[in-house]
Write a protein that binds this ligand. Structure first.
Ligand SMILES: Nc1ncnc2c1ncn2[C@@H]1O[C@H](COP(=O)(O)OP(=O)(O)OP(=O)(O)O)[C@@H](O)[C@H]1O
Ligand SMILES: [Mg+2]
Length: 345
């Protein structure tokens, strides 16, 4: 059995709104690319031009007959056809260089709040992309395992995964999800908020990718400003005159722009704490909250949540890898942990 398994390795996929990561059993994380596909429209036909990093570079810069598409929105598939092509491409790339015999078994994560229809869409896309068997794992569970939380103990652990599309809050105990909720508030909303702020306050139009770069370079959830990053220059189009213009923006301004989206995240966590059993809430007050996902890299986000909720907050190691790492750990033990996975076909 072991011999044949080698020819058809099991893989784990973190199919994210912003990034897709693939883990191959026995090899670890082999792929990490933006969830973007560039398509050329030719007569009635669509042709895939680029997938991943290459396609992301084209976002906002495409001529009329080319579109750069993000097939996932709010953590779930918005464009099936394109999502299938993207998954197929990534699976093939992840397995290239490996001798394969038959199709792999795949563990893929789903947002905890995904509907039955949305779950089925993810499963079907992965199956069509060439999986022999598809197992689903709840994203907060995968993130918690990947962050090293003691999910199997009789003790409440809280993970908050802030991705591109959603912020998922999960409370885990005894190997199960005790409470899960999510807000459609993540990195994309931060970017949109920056675009809106700069348009309103500086009368300058910028694209989403520019906003994302500003967020990464200058973004901060709250003071202290004593060690604030230097203001940053931003290029875009002047809304009044229609010509290129450049302005200077400060870290405080970005924090103002992000305030509302951050409040939604804080309130989602507060509601979770209010809705779990007192014993679990006490565990969390003691153990603290762990943050994962790219949003955990926003400066001072841990400080803000700690100030607002008075609970210790820690950022997971390599927050962008938690979900795929958790998925990978499940793969390594697939025979033992079928309980936390939902199987399809
Ligand atoms: N240094 C940083 N500061 C702030 N945000 C960051 C940083 N690095 C990455 N991000 C943001 O993290 C988000 C991507 O995170 P992640 O890869 O966890 O999302 P995802 O898993 O694709 O999305 P989802 O889980 O919602 O489907 C993007 O919005 C990106 O801009
Ligand atoms: Mg994610």
């Amino acid at each position: 059995m072991g011999f044949f398994q080698h020819f058809s390795p099991d893989i784990g996929i973190d199919l994210g709104t912003a990034n897709t990561l693939v883990y191959v059993k026995g090899r670890g994380i082999v792929l990490n690319e933006p969830s973007v596909v560039a398509i050329r429209h030719y007569r009635e036909k669509k042709q895939i031009l680029a997938v991943g990093i290459e396609a992301k570079r084209m976002l906002g810069r495409t001529p009329q007959n080319i579109t750069a598409v993000r097939p996932l929105r709010d953590g779930v598939i918005a464009d099936f056809e394109v999502a299938e092509e993207m998954i197929k491409f990534f699976v093939r790339r992840a397995l290239s260089g490996t001798i394969t015999f038959g199709n792999p078994r795949v563990v893929v994560c789903v947002p905890s709040q995904a509907t039955a229809v949305e779950r089925r869409a993810i499963q079907e896309s992965v199956a069509i992309a060439g999986a022999r068997k598809v197992y689903l794992i709840e994203e907060p569970m995968a993130a918690a395992i990947g962050a090293g939380l003691p999910v199997n103990e009789p003790k409440g652990s809280m993970i908050v995964d802030i991705g591109g599309g959603t912020c998922e809050v999960g409370v885990l105990s005894l190997g199960g999800i005790v409470y899960a909720s999510s807000a459609r508030s993540g990195g994309d909303k931060f970017d949109e908020a920056i675009v809106t702020y700069i348009r309103k306050e500086h009368k300058l139009l910028i694209g989403d990718s520019t906003a994302e770069n500003i967020k990464k370079e200058l973004g901060s959830a709250c003071p202290p400003w004593s060690n604030a990053a230097a203001p940053c220059s931003v290029k875009g189009r002047d809304m009044v005159r229609g010509i290129p213009k450049s302005i200077t923006i400060t870290q405080q301004e970005i924090a103002t722009a992000l305030h509302e989206t951050l409040s939604t995240i804080v309130e989602t966590i507060r509601t979770a704490i209010e809705n779990i059993a007192p014993e679990l809430a006490a565990d969390i007050a003691e153990q603290g909250i762990v943050l994962s996902g790219g949003g955990a890299l926003l400066r001072n986000i841990d400080t803000l949540i700690n100030q607002e909720l008075d609970v210790p907050v820690a950022i997971a190691e390599d927050p962008l890898y938690c979900v795929v790492r958790g998925t990978g750990q499940c793969l390594e033990n697939i025979e033992h942990i079928k309980g936390v996975l939902t199987q399809y076909m």
